[in-house]
Design a protein around this ligand. Structure first.
Ligand code: NAI
Ligand SMILES: N[C@@H](CCC(=O)N[C@@H](CSC=O)C(=O)NCC(=O)O)C(=O)O
Ligand code: ZN
Ligand code: ZN
Length: 381
């Protein structure tokens, strides 16, 4: 039997982003033991999300370097710190960038899934307990990212950020429930609360947009219009519930006008799943006067701002946003895993590529190719 690593520094492989836009480097990283209220997790599978690329590109105002990126993963608890009672070594878990302490003002409000307990620390790449990092390379501290840092074979996270899941669930699949798929489904079910018969527009048909389409289909939407500048996305999007396709490049008119004309005055709900502020405006303005609701899901670069004529809102359109689809992480990620196990939601269908951790730079390149939805990395190689 392998010797216990509890209380020891673990040296393992991790992909370190030493600087913005510079290729990640697979390093031997020292991972300190978890302190009070912390959990060390052996990450077995992690996927890449567009947000990892966004921070790596240097456009994230919270981006700090050097750091270990990654936030869509699954693994097994290796050890827990003092005071952690609801998790133990061997538990199968999904680390969540949106914490749920169940005790702070925000958790208790019943109005949001955002938790205030550790956000100040995770936003500056550190752990709450001592405001330090648990990662280092030859003594040099490496920042955490989103409170998860899953591009490492071992990571340390706050206990309030760990969802314990069914041990039967395949970790190389359900890792996707740590971000993109959950976000898209939740944007529809929790944030917009789309009703049966609704007409829906989805801008951007990556994993997040396709999960929006899947959520809208399950909510009984009558039309789901997918909008993307890459027409190759359209075939695959049909499998996720998209009923009609529009490529803005095929039209001279502004895309919001195209959608309004197609839908007798506008859609009931629209979702921006790109991170482009001009498209956020278009998504709002293609909504029906009097009631149309637009949800911003995409993350826009530092310095970008949204704009529209206030008249758009005066005349009844509603502009909203969503983080992690409004899901409460520790309470609801295990429920999403069960829905997957019961074949009530898709997950496997979003995985277009599988690679090893050592191939992570190739996996980042794939994010820009139309054919890649999610690439899952096996962490042991
Ligand atoms: N709010 C939240 O909690 C979350 C937000 N995100 C954000 O959601 C966005 C989507 O993420 P992924 O699906 O992983 O990205 P992705 O890059 O896989 O998909 C984006 C899609 O948008 C299309 N696109 C790009 N420019 C376009 C334009 N001008 N008009 C129409 N289509 C366009 C692309 O062809 C692509 O199909 C990103 O901004 C990401 O950072 C991701 C997860 C959670
Ligand atoms: N640091 C970024 C914040 C980007 C952002 O909005 N992140 C989303 C999750 S994106 C996942 O892929 C989110 O949930 N935000 C809420 C939060 O508490 O961070 C920036 O400043 O742009
Ligand atoms: Zn993500
Ligand atoms: Zn909280």
């Amino acid at each position: 039997m392998a010797a216990s690593t509890q209380g020891q520094v673990i040296t393992c492989k991790a992909a370190v982003a030493w600087d913005a836009n510079k290729p990640l480097v697979i390093e031997d990283v020292q991972v300190a033991p978890p302190q009070a209220g912390e959990v060390r997790i052996k990450i077995l599978s992690t996927a890449l999300c567009h947000t990892d690329y966004y921070t790596w590109s240097g456009k994230d105002p919270e981006g700090l370097f050097p750091c270990i990126l990654g936030h869509e993963a699954a693994g097994i608890v290796e050890s827990v710190g003092e005071g952690v009672t609801d998790l133990q070594p061997g538990d199968h878990v999904i680390p969540c960038y949106q914490a749920e302490c169940k005790d702070c003002k925000m958790c208790k409000s019943g109005k949001t899934n955002l938790c205030g307990k550790v956000r100040a620390a995770t936003g500056v790449g550190l752990m709450m307990n001592d405001r330090k990092s648990r990662f280092s390379v030859n003594g040099k501290p490496i920042y955490h990212f989103m409170g998860t840092s899953t591009f490492s074979q071992y990571t340390v996270v706050h206990d309030v950020s760990v969802a314990k899941i069914n041990p039967q669930a395949p970790l190389d699949k359900v890792c996707l429930l740590g971000c993109g798929v959950s976000t898209g489904l939740g944007a529809v079910w929790n944030t917009a609360k789309v009703e049966a018969g609704s007409v829906v527009a989805v801008f951007g048909l990556g994993t997040v947009g396709l999960a929006v389409a899947e959520g809208a289909k399950s909510a009984g939407a009558s039309r789901i219009i997918g909008i993307d500048i890459d027409s190759k996305k359209f075939d695959v999007a049909k499998n996720f519930g998209v009923t009609e396709f529009v490529n803005p490049k095929d039209h001279d008119k502004p895309i919001q006008q195209v959608i309004v004309d197609l839908t007798d005055g506008g859609v009931d709900y629209s979702f921006e799943c790109i991170g482009n502020v001009s498209i956020m405006r278009a998504a709002l303005e293609c909504c029906h006067k009097g009631w149309g609701t637009s949800v911003i899901v995409g993350v826009a670069a530092s310095g970008q701002e949204i704009a529209t004529r206030p008249f758009q809102l005066v005349t009844g359109r509603v502009w909203k946003g969503t983080a992690f689809g409004g899901f409460k992480s520790r309470s609801q990620v295990p429920w999403l895993v069960e829905k997957y196990m019961n074949k009530e939601i898709k997950v496997d269908e979003y995985i277009t590529h599988n690679m090893n951790l050592s191939d992570i730079n190739k996996a980042f390149d794939l994010l820009h190719e139309g054919g890649c939805l999610r690439c899952v990395l096996a962490m042991e190689h």
